[in-house]
Design a protein around this ligand. Structure first.
Ligand code: SD4
Length: 335
């Protein structure tokens, strides 16, 4: 298996900096963790997105948020920048294909009033988040999948395009030589964008968009387009979104769990930590995977936590612009 995994196992078993938690899990000392993020002032608007490249999505969303636009418009526009970036191999065009070489995209969106829409295993469309929004606004449905999703997108005027870039095709060809046609499950799964925006009125919207697990089986759907798993927004409480191995997030209905914990009084940080613990309890091989959550509550406090180190998120408010490392449960090998 990968040297990264060996490292993680060694680090887990041998690190002098490790301490045994009550669950028997080997956890890092607090002192090793990134500094916790002070909650920003509750002055909206606010944009929050998974991963460092989420800063680009935040900037785009800000154009709408700062001029009084809606959280929903902002979040769909924000993720659109990442979907259109062919260099990001886990979102939109340029996303890694399934094991048969087809790029199949998943996305969902949630509005402040609780409406939601999603597409799963959508092919040939650069902006699945926009199609998810159209599902929400123009159909009586919440989720449309596969060929039906493509037909719907085309009927709405979306253009059919080839999403497999030469770079992704070459990586897939290389994978085929060594993989035994097995889907790849590993800790390096990253780059999905989950994004939450709060507009000047304090209304919250969210969006999650991805090409999912690289070299997955045809038709595989992860957590990202599943409302409650990859994303959940409750305009009275806050919102959460997930990144990492969808199969693990789905077991815990992770994003809904984070929001529900906040409803019962936890801070976003406490809620993300509890949700990660829940994922780990339900996924025996948690050392082989990465899962991370980011969350914000109605007061504008931020939380983020992941199983392994390496997860970060981008935040943009009127007084704060930055990329922050999330706290984590175990120290993984740095890339
Ligand atoms: C999935 N959760 O399809 C997505 C992948 C991901 O960062 O988040 N990557 O399982």
């Amino acid at each position: 298996m990968s040297s990264r995994r060996d490292f993680i196992q060694k680090a887990t078993l041998g690190s002098v900096a490790a301490a045994i938690s009550g669950t028997g899990f080997v956890a890092c000392k607090e002192s090793q963790q990134p500094d916790s993020k002070e909650p920003p002032s509750a002055v909206f608007p606010l944009a929050l997105a998974t991963w460092d490249f989420g800063a680009k999505a935040n900037d785009e969303a800000w154009k709408i948020l700062s001029t009084g636009g809606s959280a929903l418009d902002a979040v769909v526009a924000g993720v659109g920048v990442i979907e259109a970036d062919p260099k990001n191999t886990t979102v939109g065009i340029g996303g890694a294909p399934d094991r048969d070489g087809r790029v199949t995209l998943d996305a969902c969106v949630m509005a402040p009033d609780g409406r939601c829409g999603a597409v799963c295993a959508l092919e040939h469309i650069v902006h699945p988040a926009q199609v998810a929004r159209a599902v929400m606004e123009k159909t009586p449905h919440a989720i449309i999948v596969g060929v039906g999703a493509l037909e719907f997108a085309l009927s709405q005027g979306f253009k059919k395009e080839n999403l497999l870039t030469e770079e992704s095709r070459l990586a897939w060809e290389a994978w085929k030589k060594t993989s035994k046609y097995e889907p790849k499950i590993n800790v390096e799964l990253h780059d999905t964008i989950g994004m939450i925006t709060i507009d000047q009125r304090g209304d919250i919207a969210g969006c999650c968009t991805t090409s999912g697990l690289a070299y997955k089986m045809r038709g595989r759907v992860g957590d990202s387009p599943i409302i409650g798993a990859g994303l959940f927004v409750d305009n009275e409480i806050g919102a959460a979104t997930a990144t990492g191995l969808g199969e693990a997030v789905i077991r815990a209905v992770g994003s809904f769990l984070v929001v529900e914990l906040m409803r019962h009084g936890r801070t976003p940080q406490e809620a993300c930590e509890e949700a990660v613990s829940r994922v780990m309890k339900k996924y025996q091989d948690y050392m082989e995977i990465q899962v991370g959550f980011v969350a914000v509550n109605k007061q504008g406090q931020i939380g983020a936590y992941s199983i392994q180190s390496g997860f970060n998120y981008a935040l943009l408010t009127g007084s704060d612009k930055g990329v922050y490392d999330a706290k984590y449960k175990v120290q993984a090998k740095e890339e």
